[in-house]
Design a protein around this ligand. Structure first.
Ligand code: SF4
Length: 461
């Protein structure tokens, strides 16, 4: 029997998952970000803040400039040989260093997409998805543990929100995946578990940190942030003047349908949301990408397409804004009653939008065999008997590590795949060639064998 999850309660204070009728008890954990120890959280600090810390420790300010880039390469303070032993010891004892551990990993046989289940310092699990494109690697990040927005088609919201992620935990997802894959991440999408704008301060801090040239130096234009439509926060984001790409999940073009799919619409109705989007465009000049998940029989008729194009034309009238809709075929989640429409119906919907002057793209589905839909791997880890996850991927790794400083060393030990050129020095001493075969996909192995064979032939010639 399918488990129904009812809508979250929408109150003046915000949105809370008040559902108890289905056996899902809302978490009573505080929702502020981890860590809450009264210690500086190193990975979440700017170089200027590290400088102040160094001064407080009686160390020269340049130590901050040494520490910051190493932290962003995923190195724990005690591994920083460039620092004197007394400082390494002090940092280990008096600060918090957060590096998520890889609890499970699924590699798609189809396209090499890697879905990670990462375990955080307090044992909470989140997901990150590494997608490989011709233009570079993209990492889909989680911004919260769980989500309280209650979108009908989404597994992440089942069970509500446990807590926000700290800026360091957002960064930690990148360093953990870079270290595990040995590949550089050049693009980010905040579209994983959680509503990024519901964790506004930590997310904005993270955006500034990840852009720092001394650190990961990922350009704002290479970052997309997706929101379910927190209108006030969209205006706040516009005021930050960050040239990131904003994606707004619409999924319906009338309030009744949208409220049924996305309870957030009861707090911020469509006219309020579209007015915030218009203000965002006028302030930043950045095109907004509207996400529209097609659910068979709910929002995918020709009339829905017409209503959607009307809504966008009305909202941006007189601004000259390019109108763009990204269509997504819904992922089946056993706990929801959302069904996927046919490819033909998606194509017809896109064509109708295009004819109405709206650029329509259909999102390519990566990692179909590893259930890359948001929240499903975590859901499986939480409640395996109820989740819709079906193991079909190339590799699965059982939990072998717990989060935390002690495990950082272990995590590094298993970092094995050829690291990116600019990081080889940092990784060399920890290379474990015997584990290489474990973490590479079969496709990569075949390619490597083929390359070796060719090199061998060339030598013989
Ligand atoms: S789609 Fe996004 S905002 Fe909606 S419930 Fe899922 S994670 Fe939250």
């Amino acid at each position: 029997m399918r488990e129904e999850h009812s809508d979250p309660c929408v109150t003046n204070e915000g949105i809370t998952n008040g559902n108890t009728s289905n056996g899902i008890v809302p978490s009573d954990k505080p929702t502020s970000a981890w860590p809450r120890e009264n210690k500086p959280d190193l990975l979440g600090m700017f170089p200027e803040e590290l400088e102040v810390l160094m001064k407080a420790y009686g160390e020269p300010a340049y130590r901050a400039r040494q520490i910051f880039p190493l932290l962003h390469r995923g190195m724990a303070p005690e591994q920083m040989q460039v620092l004197p032993l007394r400082l390494r010891t002090r940092l280990r004892e008096d600060t918090v260093y957060t590096q998520p551990a890889v609890a499970r990993k699924l590699v798609s046989r189809i396209d090499g997409t890697v879905k990670y289940l990462l375990r955080l310092r307090d044992g909470a699990c989140i997901e990150s998805v590494l997608m490989r494109y011709r233009h570079g690697n993209t990492l889909c990040l989680s911004s919260q543990v769980g989500c309280r927005m209650g979108c009908r088609f989404c597994a992440s919201t089942i069970g509500g929100k446990e807590r926000d992620l700290a800026a360091s935990e957002l960064l930690g997802q990148i360093t953990a995946v870079e270290r595990d894959s040995g590949e550089r991440i050049s693009n980010l999408v905040l579209m994983g578990i959680g509503e990024p704008l519901d964790n506004f301060d930590n997310v904005v801090r993270f955006l500034h940190l990840v852009n720092r040239p001394e650190g990961l130096c990922i350009g704002y234009r290479h970052i997309s942030l997706s929101t379910c439509g927190l209108a006030d926060r969209i205006r706040d984001l516009a005021a930050q003047d960050l040239p990131i790409t904003l994606s707004v999940s619409l999924h319906a073009s009338d309030d009744a349908t949208r409220s049924a799919i996305m309870p957030v619409n009861r707090r911020y109705c469509l006219s309020e949301l579209m007015s915030a989007c218009r203000a965002y465009y006028l302030q930043t000049g950045r095109r907004i990408s509207f996400e529209y998940t097609l659910i068979a029989g709910r929002n995918d008729t020709p009339a829905d397409a017409d209503a959607l194009s009307d809504l966008l034309h009305r909202a941006f009238a007189g601004t000259g804004a390019p109108l763009h809709v990204n269509l997504i075929r819904v992922n089946a989640v056993a706990e929801t009653d959302c069904r996927r429409g046919s490819r033909e119906s998606v194509a017809a919907f896109a064509e109708r939008l295009t004819r109405a002057g709206v650029v329509a793209t259909v999102r390519r589905r990566l990692g179909a065999d590893v259930n890359a839909a948001c929240g499903q791997l975590r859901r499986h880890a939480m409640m395996p008997e109820k989740a819709s996850f079906v193991p079909g991927a190339e590799r699965q790794y059982p939990d072998t590590e717990k989060g935390g400083r002690a495990e950082a060393g272990k995590a590094e030990e298993r970092k094995d795949v050829k690291p990116p050129v600019h990081r080889r020095r940092a990784f060399r001493s920890n290379a474990r060639p015997d584990r290489d075969a474990d973490v590479r996909s079969q496709e990569s192995e075949k390619n490597r064998e083929e390359n070796d064979r060719r090199a061998e032939n060339r030598k013989t010639e």
